[in-house]
Design a protein around this ligand. Structure first.
Ligand code: FMN
Length: 184
């Protein structure tokens, strides 16, 4: 079965990024994939050190990425780029983890600007030989459009904006489609 992992690069306890990724991951599951959420807020991942082979949960997290056929990469916009939490995870994982992996990109912004963040993700994923899909999702004013686990009446995260919800679900499906093609 095709396996899709989502990596959430926010350390917020009630993260809009994680909530939006869950929407994409649910769409991937509906498309028939096995899914896995890697929540970096819950991981023990010290700052990458080039002279240390393994630190904290790094080996387990790398294995989960290696085993995935597709990855949904999500980050909050921080200073016009992606978060240091995501960058730290990025430094642990290389082409051993990402070669032949389809990757879909998602960014949540407080304001309106996510273009640089998605471009930075795209260029750094190229560097680890991942296949980023052309479809991508940027969410402006995320706190008013994403209902997080704590905000949702039934504890199920949602995207309240219909167009954005559709784009996010499509991201999940597109990553499954590309991951399946790459397995053939
Ligand atoms: C350190 C920091 C830097 C930020 N920089 C930006 C920014 O450059 N542009 C923007 O639109 N929002 C910025 N934000 C807002 C976050 O992108 C926004 O709140 C995001 O949805 C948070 O995601 P989360 O709920 O998953 O943590 C920043 C927030 C923080 C904490």
């Amino acid at each position: 079965m095709t396996r899709i992992a989502a990596v959430s690069g926010s350390r917020s306890a009630d993260s809009t990024t994680r909530a939006a990724l869950r929407v994409a991951l649910d769409a991937a599951a509906d498309a028939g994939a096995d899914t896995d959420l890697i929540d970096l807020a819950a991981a023990d991942l010290p700052l990458y050190h080039p002279e240390e082979d393994a630190q904290g949960d790094s080996e387990e997290l790398k294995r989960r990425v290696r085993e995935a056929d597709g990855v949904l990469a999500g980050t909050p916009v921080y200073r016009g780029s992606y978060s240091s939490t995501f960058k730290n995870f990025h430094d642990f994982c290389g082409s051993d983890e990402y070669a032949n992996t389809a990757v879909g990109l998602l960014a949540t912004a407080g304001g309106g600007s996510y273009g640089g963040t998605l471009e930075h993700l795209r260029s750094t994923f190229r560097n680890v030989h991942a296949w980023t899909v052309p479809h991508e999702v940027g969410i402006q004013g995320a706190s008013s459009k994403v209902e997080t686990v704590a905000a949702s009446p039934d504890g199920e995260p949602r995207i309240t904006d219909e167009d954005l919800r559709g784009r996010t679900e499509r991201l999940g499906r597109v990553v499954v489609e590309h991951a399946e093609r790459m397995r053939e």
